[in-house]
Design a protein around this ligand. Structure first.
Ligand code: UD2
Length: 310
């Protein structure tokens, strides 16, 4: 049994990770500022520290006795990262450096840190599938900060001997994803509207596609990465390598829910990328796993889990 720190542990992905760590018999400490995190997302016993990852004394104390850290806390809204550039960068990049430094300086010596980067580091690179050895060209403050986190992970490893593993999730979906903002993940929005019988708006012609990953698969990547962390600061995609078109997605959700909702098309979203597809090859090599859940199976699990959708 180990003690893990999960930053952002009351968020969408973080809360699923906490459940899985508790189920495996580990002890869990969570740091969460409750900005989007919700206490009722986690039922099991946790040591909860309410505060920000930018609070160095809090993070120094939080890492004192841990065996490893999963760093997921971030302002995940890409739109907000462009509107509130400095404030979100202080969390998304500054918070990561705070975590790395705290782990580097802890008395018992460094422990592994698994942290979330993002597929947003790729920006609008057109050569698909997107691979970790290929170029990065973030188009948003969020993506730029996540790429900088990967660079700081190298510093953590080479200068401070902190083993890390960075993960670049593509479009993760599942229960507990908040559908409320226009910038929420498309699946959470469509599922919510279909359930309530409200119209579904597709931005543009719906031919744009994404690589959708079911949240339980993302959790397996996080857990495996804890064993594979190293001072060479490896980074790998969390993706399926398969794509689905947005129009097709809307149709599947309507079919699975039996919803009376209708689909209509609006003007394309500014800056929307037409296609996104990750290469799963490096993750398979480094972690020995791939994201296996077929879209329709993941959607069924999400839709069956309506009650859990908090
Ligand atoms: C995700 C991020 C985005 C940026 C990008 C980087 C989220 C929610 N968005 O955008 O901020 O990091 O990745 O690659 O994490 N759509 C509709 N109708 C809706 C909502 C969405 O048609 O009501 C379309 C949208 O125009 C897009 C697709 O669905 O073509 C996926 O949208 P998304 O916001 O879930 O994800 P993405 O990959 O565009």
């Amino acid at each position: 049994m180990s003690l893990y720190l999960v930053t952002g542990g009351l968020g969408f992905i973080g809360s699923h990770l906490v459940d899985s760590l508790l189920a495996a018999g580990h002890r869990v400490r969570v740091v969460d500022d409750l900005s989007t995190g919700r206490r009722d997302r986690v039922a099991g016993p946790i040591d909860l520290l309410i505060g920000s990852v930018t609070d160095a004394p809090l993070i120094n104390a939080a890492v004192a006795d841990i065996d490893g850290c999963f760093h997921l806390a971030a302002v995940a809204s890409v739109a907000r990262s462009n509107e509130e550039w400095r404030e979100t960068s202080a969390v998304n990049l500054g918070g990561t450096v705070t975590v790395f430094e705290a782990v580097a300086r802890r008395q018992g010596g460094p422990v592994p840190v698994v942290y979330m980067s993002s597929a947003a580091v790729y920006g609008d690179i057109e050569a698909l599938p997107l691979s970790e050895s290929g170029p990065t060209r973030p188009l948003t403050a969020y993506g730029a900060d996540k790429l900088a986190c990967e660079l700081h992970a190298h510093v953590a490893g080479t200068v401070h001997r902190v083993p890390t593993f960075g993960l670049r999730p593509f479009n993760v979906y599942g229960p507990r994803q908040d559908p409320q903002s226009p910038y929420s993940g498309v699946i959470s929005i469509f599922a919510d509207r279909a359930r309530r019988g409200l119209d579904i708006a597709i931005h543009g012609d719906g031919h744009q596609n994404r690589d959708f990953v079911y949240v339980a698969d993302a959790i397996r990547f996080l857990s495996s990465a804890m064993q594979a962390a190293g001072v060479s600061a490896p980074v790998a995609n969390i993706c399926t390598g398969r794509t689905s078109r947005i129009r097709e997605l809307a149709e599947i959700i309507l079919r699975l829910t039996g919803s009376p909702s209708t689909i209509h098309h609006t003007s394309p979203r500014t800056g929307d990328i037409p296609r996104s597809q990750g290469s799963p090859a490096l993750a398979l090599q480094l972690l020995g796993i791939r994201a296996e859940t077929a879209l329709e199976d993941g959607l069924l699990r999400l839709l069956q889990d309506a009650g859990e959708n908090i």
